[in-house]
Design a protein. Structure first.
Length: 135
């Protein structure tokens, strides 16, 4: 899964350090082995995806101004590990835990299953076959 790979990459970059200031470009270079060979459009796509994930999971400790003309973030090994442990717990717990892992598809599937269950319950309660229910 993409988020797990991002966690692992950040842990690898921070290995042996308490904190580091990184840009999305720094992370992308480590995350994708062929990053330097990509065209600008592909690079921007990867950078955007990483930036959104960093924000959604609150992986950085604080904004750290600019580094090499790009927005920089301060990362703490302890903070990343803390978020990672919560992420793992949320994505493996039952019911709607998957939604904490940014899987919107899982949320939609859960909602549809719940809706079908409710329709079945209503149909069962009224004694009317499901195909005859008007919504």
């Amino acid at each position: 899964e993409y988020e797990i790979k991002l966690f692992e990459t950040l842990k690898e970059i921070l290995q042996g350090k308490d904190k580091a200031i990184l840009t999305v470009t720094d992370i992308a270079g480590k995350l994708k082995s062929n990053y330097t060979a990509m065209n600008d459009k592909e690079k921007r796509g990867i950078q955007t995806c990483i930036g959104r994930t960093l924000n959604q999971l609150s992986l950085y400790t604080r904004h750290a101004g600019k580094k090499d003309g790009r927005k920089a973030y301060e990362f703490s090994c302890e903070h990343i590990e803390n978020v990672y442990q919560r992420y793992k717990t949320d994505t493996t717990s039952g019911d709607y835990g998957e939604t904490c892992g940014l899987s919107h598809k899982s949320l939609l599937n859960n909602i549809l299953v719940d809706l079908e269950t409710k329709i079945d319950e209503v149909a069962g309660d009224t004694g009317i076959p499901e195909r005859e229910i008007e919504i």
